[in-house]
Ligand binder design. Sequence first.
Ligand code: GLP
Length: 240
Amino acid sequence: MKLILCKTYEEMSSAAADEIAELLQVNPHCTLGLATGSTPVGMYRQLVRRYEKGELDFSEVTTFNLDEYYPISPKNDQSYYYFMHENLFDHINVAPENINIPNGSAPDPLAECRYYEDKLTANGFVDLQVLGIGQNGHIGFNEPDGCLYASTHITELTESTITANSRFFESEDDVPRKALTMGIGTILKSKKILLLANGKAKHDAISALLDDRITTAIPATILKTHPNVILICDEEAYYG
Ligand code: GLP
């Protein structure tokens, strides 16, 4: 795992945007795997700025998002559909038909998971997957458990994630209890992975990523088996 240690959140966001810009330059038809949460917001801001300056072109890009709450309407301002449009898609020239996000209002969630995984498979998965990390070490919504799941699936959120994510909702009761998420196998099929982490709250998860353990209790530790991961983090996440 390659480490890019940054002094500030801005520096981190810019380093992450550099990775995407580099990929777009060599492969304008690339597929980006995208993440939500507060961590990548600065990177999205950078990408929008660079697009506005005419430095980036997303017209041929395909995107697949990692996850979505279930059930949730795309109109709900806490849905990842809403988040992605607000923070990125509405401000760049990505073609709407090239945007893929698990459908949080699908009547049959299992069928939606199969459809999403099949679409990823047909696409050859993603060239670059951006990941944040939960305080408990989750990636996407692959929560700590006795076993992990390989492909896109529906999952129950842990109490720790519900509490952590409740800061975005009016109350903890409003946080959906389930989510649709790419599986660990789906994520590991990405050609390259960019894991972003900032702040002290992520220190324990990042420490586990940097020692030699691989455990389903901290799902991100499985990234140690992937040959092309870049960890971009700030000093608080790294040193605690
Ligand atoms: C959510 C998302 C993850 C994200 C994580 C961390 O639960 N499903 O993809 O990485 O939270 O969020 P934040 O960046 O806000 O700390």
